[in-house]
Ligand binder design. Structure first.
Ligand SMILES: *Cc1c(COP(=O)(O)O)cnc(C)c1O
Ligand code: SF4
Length: 436
């Protein structure tokens, strides 16, 4: 196992030299990383990034700040400050102003989805869809490296009020016990696999006695960013035992792997990690957003799904990049996303067609761009709820006017002359009830 070394903003000059980048390129990255979080470990640097293919290399784009992530105005402002060696305080002031304009908490996740208990909001949890509660353990709110496009970026920049974190395993157990419609707990972050197994165990073990709970999932990018978490040392072995304990209690255990590019699964360490967790009794389901500069090509997705299937993992979701943070640099229009998905889907066998997408996680629910069609002469998007804020919406189809530029549900208008989508007034009611 290589030494675990993490590089952050202050390491950019040294890391830039290792990668053979110019001083100008390093200064550009320093400007952007003053606003958006940057962290990359030596495994990603040495094993996943192809130094001969910079700056286009997908993992470089995935982890290193890119100048296009800020608007020209914001970029120039930060670049000026960096060039004249401004103080940390000056940088922070400018960065805070810019961050506030980047929609730090999209899709009502701060308020709309926070569960309540005895009248008080429960921190560290989100309960949007009946059957699944999300849990954000305090120690899991960081990652082994940061993705440039991450929609959780607001959690990493040390603003305590914005953190969803919770130390409250007791409250989680209580909440799940009291709500028999919950069949699945999804532990997420950040990346919960930055935590020692003994902490994970503290959260997971008490859940095993709840009869109506069917599955426990952990959302993680550690297979890509630090596969040794599953292969080397006593803590890795202890994690495999924890999987065994969950299975012995008769529950399903899934690792929800954030899997963006086939390169991530191509190292010996990553392959060994997938094999070990599956052998221990876990299911590995893979999901990732479609990101310009990283994986916006059908052949990349087809190769990714094939690789996942060959390792025994299951393709699960292709997401649309959310409406937050440096969206402009990374976004792919919905029409193009559907095209990439379709062309990739056509290349793979049914075993990889377990994947669904492209899917938007927006205020009303998870919405699939299921097709492009022409109906009575009008070109439309065929959209479908995979999950709805109202459970009755699941599996319902609806139609929007075709718009080749649209990148999110908010950009779309109802087709066939309707003035609202069928769910719109209900969503407004939800928001209204929450404002009170
Ligand atoms: C995606 C998601 C889930 C899990 O949905 P599944 O379709 O069961 O994987 C749960 N909660 C929220 C808020 C989600 O976005
Ligand atoms: S691993 Fe997940 S939470 Fe962490 S930076 Fe990447 S997308 Fe965000």
């Amino acid at each position: 196992m290589p030494k675990y070394r993490v590089n952050t903003r202050n390491d950019l000059p040294r890391v830039g030299e290792i990668l053979g980048l110019s001083r100008e390129q390093v200064a550009d990255m320093q400007a952007v990383s003053a606003v958006l979080p940057f962290k990359v470990n030596d495994y990603v640097l040495d094993k996943l990034i192809d130094r001969d293919d910079l700056p286009h290399d997908p993992i470089f784009q995935l982890t290193f700040p890119q100048r296009g992530m800020l608007s020209d105005g914001d970029f120039n402002r930060m670049r000026d400050l960096v060039t004249r060696s401004a103080t940390d305080a000056e940088l922070r002031l400018a960065a805070d102003e810019i961050r506030a304009t980047l929609n730090p908490h999209p899709a009502g996740q701060m308020e709309l989805n926070k569960p309540h208990f005895g009248g008080a909001p429960l921190e560290g949890m989100q309960h949007k869809y009946n059957e699944t509660v999300l849990f954000f353990p305090t120690q899991g709110q960081t990652c082994h490296a940061y993705c440039t496009y991450c929609f959780r970026w607001a959690q990493f920049i040390g603003d305590a009020d914005l953190k969803f974190a919770s130390k409250e395993a007791d409250k989680l157990v209580q909440y799940v016990s009291d709500n028999p419609e919950i069949s699945s707990v999804l532990i997420t972050g950040g990346d919960p696999m930055v935590m020692k197994t003994k902490f994970l165990r503290k959260y997971i073990e008490p859940l095993l006695a709840i009869p109506h709970l069917i599955s426990i999932r952990i959302g993680t990018k550690a297979l890509a960013y630090w596969p040794y978490r599953f292969t080397d040392g006593e803590d890795a072995d202890d994690f495999l035992r924890l999987i065994g304990d969950v299975r012995a209690a008769g529950k399903h255990f899934a690792l929800m792997a954030h899997s963006s590019h086939p390169v991530e699964l191509s190292t010996n360490a990553a392959e060994a990690a997938v094999r070990r967790v599956i052998d221990a009794g876990a299911v590995v389901r893979c999901q990732a957003p479609l990101i310009k500069h990283v994986n916006d090509h059908q052949d990349v997705w087809a190769a990714l799904w094939r690789k996942q299937v060959s390792l025994g993992a299951i393709p699960y979701y292709m997401f649309v990049e959310r409406d937050t943070g440096p969206k402009n640099y990374f976004e792919v229009p919905l029409a193009r996303a559907h095209n990439i998905f379709t062309r990739a889907y056509r290349q793979v066998s049914g075993l990889a067609r377990t994947v669904r997408g492209p899917s938007m996680s927006c205020t009303p629910g998870k919405v699939l761009v299921d097709g492009l069609a022409k109906i009575h002469g009008e070109r439309v998007f065929v959209l479908k709820f995979i999950q709805g804020r109202d459970p009755d919406w699941a599996n319902q189809v609806f139609f929007a006017k075709f718009d080749p530029q649209a990148t999110w549900l908010d950009d779309l208008e109802p087709a066939f002359g309707d003035d609202k989508f069928f769910f719109e007034s209900d969503v407004e009611d939800f928001q209204f009830a929450n404002d009170e």
